[in-house]
Design a protein. Sequence first.
Length: 395
Amino acid sequence: MLHSLDNLTTRRKWMGATVLAGGALAATIGGVELLRFRRTAAAEDPFQGGKLVGALMFEDEGRAPLDTLLGDELDGRRFTDLGRLDRDNLATPTDLFYIRTRASHLLDTSRPWSIRVSSPAAVRIRMDELKAQAEPRGLHLMECAGNTRAARFGMISVAAWDGVPLSRCLGRMRLEKAAGILVSGFDRYAAKPLTPSVPGASWIFSRHDIENSGAFLATRMNGEPLTPDHGAPVRLVVPGWYGCACIKWVNMIGPVDEAAEPTSQMQEYAARTHQRGMPARASEYQPATIDPAAMPVRIEKWLVDGRVKFKVVGIVWGGSQPADNLLIRFRPEEPYVPVSRVQPAAHSPWGLWTHVWTPRQPGVYRIRLRLADPSIRTRRLDAGFYVRQVQLDQV
Ligand SMILES: Nc1nc2c(c(=O)[nH]1)N[C@H]1C(S)=C(S)[C@@H](COP(=O)(O)O)O[C@H]1N2
Ligand SMILES: [Mo]
């Protein structure tokens, strides 16, 4: 099925870009200079001189509108339309960044905010101190561990964040010897949730996890103060981890011992963060890191020299290093082939790839990716988690 081109061209609210010498594009977001993809010579472009005639819709996915606020408080969601991503808009504007849980009606940020530290120090970390110490921390990706087909995989976004590394605060909080560190956010809501979401977002980290991940208390997003739905006045960002660990409306940090039970949020997300069963202790949890993954986000239909060609555009993210050796398959009975072009972008936690697709027959196609290097752990790709389906009526 084809849908109109409006979707690709309207409401382009994404960041503008400026052309630099040397064929690279750059934009500045929240103090981060973001190098864009290098432009390629026109001669290499298989769609040169062609006409974009439409885009294919992914099938068998949720039907909720994208880029739209849905529901309220614990039921509140916004799924980001990834179909509009292109190489000039790699950061998601704040008003399109995905949302999982909207701000509580009971949240009162009119009074000065501080984080209570339940340790021998019994200090409070005041918001004005944090603001004074906050510095640009670059672009980081966030993905909900429950980023499923029903959400049209729209629970993933990238922003430029400002904040203060949590490891830097531990000494002052007298937490430098704690076995585990609990970070907890405001989680009382006026209404009972309609969805099976469990209220009470908090996560327990080891000191090693906090240092290793570079977790920080974020005060700004895309160069502006955090919005209420994204955790204002202060949230945790844990680079490389699923969003469930990125506690919003942080109001308490404290020590826990080795035997501490996982929090309700950790239990709710145990399977989705690939824990083995339900560990009895928080200290037995594996870091909730995101493995390398990739999926198509848009399939453009082109007419080039009188022939139909499809341009499959996708994203690649996760892992500690940008994956560039991607393989793609369109049907289980077809072999994996190398993706035509993968372009990891400097300083960006997700990169775009494009693949030229000339299917021979109409029918249903289930598009799946994997990494060429089998030694890299890709739990979700292995499970077919991000397979996307399209139907071709004619080719
Ligand atoms: N206090 C609090 N923090 C929270 C949550 C929550 O329900 N309450 N949800 C978590 C989950 S599951 C995700 S995926 C991210 C989403 O952050 P975002 O809504 O800013 O995209 O916030 C996390 N932080
Ligand atoms: Mo999440």
